[in-house]
Design a protein around this ligand. Structure first.
Ligand SMILES: [Zn+2]
Length: 166
């Protein structure tokens, strides 16, 4: 019987549809030639691992694609923009101040530095309004801390305001 290797593109192109029979492969157990579509070797009965069904292959491909799509989506969702980094830096600084890790002066320095950095933010950038809002908030907090320490309630309010900036 003549068998054509359907995996060979050159041969496949020469054949009319339907004429392509099957590829012969060697049984990994007995070494005799068997069809790549055979589920088991007709000579020794061992399972033909290379004869994975198209259905199985499709399931594996589909699952892989789903995993890739989910991973990409997660990366996009959790990837923080540069402006969100400023927001979390401000929140972290406020929390450090709350527990006494940094004092009022240090907190003000951090807020001033963020405020001035974002004040120079490229106005043509699409989120320049967000940058301005963060800059204003940081400047406002710094100004409020000029004379007095902030209460816990006040810190919570600031954190909520920072989180609200989008
Ligand atoms: Zn065999």
């Amino acid at each position: 019987m003549l068998s054509y290797n359907c995996n060979n593109k050159k041969i496949k192109n020469l054949l009319y549809k339907g004429e392509c029979i099957m590829a012969l492969i060697k049984c990994r157990e007995c070494g005799k030639q068997i069809s790549d579509k055979a589920k088991t070797c007709p000579h020794c009965g061992v399972k033909n691992s290379s004869g994975m069904s198209t259905k199985k292959k499709n399931i594996i491909i589909t699952c892989s694609l789903i995993v890739i799509v989910v991973v990409v989506a997660m990366i996009l969702i959790f990837k923080k923009g540069p402006l969100d980094v400023y927001k979390s830096t401000m929140i972290d600084a406020l929390e450090e101040y709350r527990v006494g890790k940094i004092d009022r002066k240090e907190l003000r320095n951090k807020m001033d530095s963020i405020s001035s950095k974002l004040n120079d933010y490229d106005r043509n950038e699409k989120d320049s309004f967000k940058a301005l809002s963060i800059s204003v908030e940081a400047g406002y907090i710094s100004m409020k801390l000029l004379s007095d320490d902030a209460s816990n309630k006040q810190i919570n309010e600031w954190i909520a305001e920072i989180k609200d900036i989008n």
